[in-house]
Write a protein that binds this ligand. Sequence first.
Ligand SMILES: Nc1ncnc2c1ncn2[C@@H]1O[C@H](COP(=O)(O)OP(=O)(O)OP(=O)(O)O)[C@@H](O)[C@H]1O
Ligand SMILES: [Mg+2]
Length: 261
Amino acid sequence: MEQGLALHHIGVRFGGLTALDDVSLRVPPGRVVGVIGPNGAGKTTLFNVICGFITPDSGSLTLDGRPLRPRPHRLTRLGIARTLQGTGLFAGLTVLENVMAGATHTARAGFLPALLGLPRSDRDEERLRREALDVLDGLGIAGHADAAPGTLPFAVRQRVALARALAARPRLLLLDEPAGGLGAEDIAELAELIRRLPRRETDPCAVLLVEHHMDLVMAVCDEIVVLDFGRVIAAGTPDDVRDDPAVTDAYLGAEVDEAAA
Ligand SMILES: Nc1ncnc2c1ncn2[C@@H]1O[C@H](COP(=O)(O)OP(=O)(O)OP(=O)(O)O)[C@@H](O)[C@H]1O
Ligand SMILES: [Mg+2]
């Protein structure tokens, strides 16, 4: 049986425009897979297909070999978590509460009802609190547990968003442009964190990383899929992809143009 997430011949059209054309890729357990490509290549569309925001016009998805029809509200139950572009944190909750909210589906009574003052299980809430603190600790930001997200630097908020996604204990984490808005040093630290996820002892989780930022993708990915105009033009290890003339033409060529402009 094919373990992990797989996309088979996915096609998406927007009116007359083909955003994705016959795209196949796999994210097996234990791997970090990257999707890169120039502007308009179809990266966000691909991400949205996996999250269930877009239903493909053709092709199919499978999870552990079984048909997968993703719906945004069902993702966590399938063991899939994602971060949103921007951080999407609740401004009225502390950092710790935000991370606890990410784990609600693991609690019997639910944490949101608790926040709303509805009957709840204190034991569930205590467990969520402990687990959320562990996740924050693992990302080196437990010291900010009681802070309001709005008071923290962007790089820390990004990490809180990552903690919230990980609190759901996913086996697959989807990251959309996580390096956006980060400086070089923060990107290097983020790379370290991402690379560890599939290989860690507790709650290991595969990663699909959609990212424009070449350095991050090259640093953390086991495999890279390169999109251009909705098609897969190259796939392989970072070294394979770096040396592929099609990629140099499409992706690096576009970057050179941008730099020259
Ligand atoms: N909702 C939509 N309606 C119509 N066209 C769309 C829609 N979403 C995306 N597109 C088009 O589909 C193509 C792929 O867009 P997509 O956003 O997936 O690219 P991308 O690789 O994420 O680009 P970027 O690097 O700029 O984020 C583009 O030509 C885009 O203009
Ligand atoms: Mg995009």
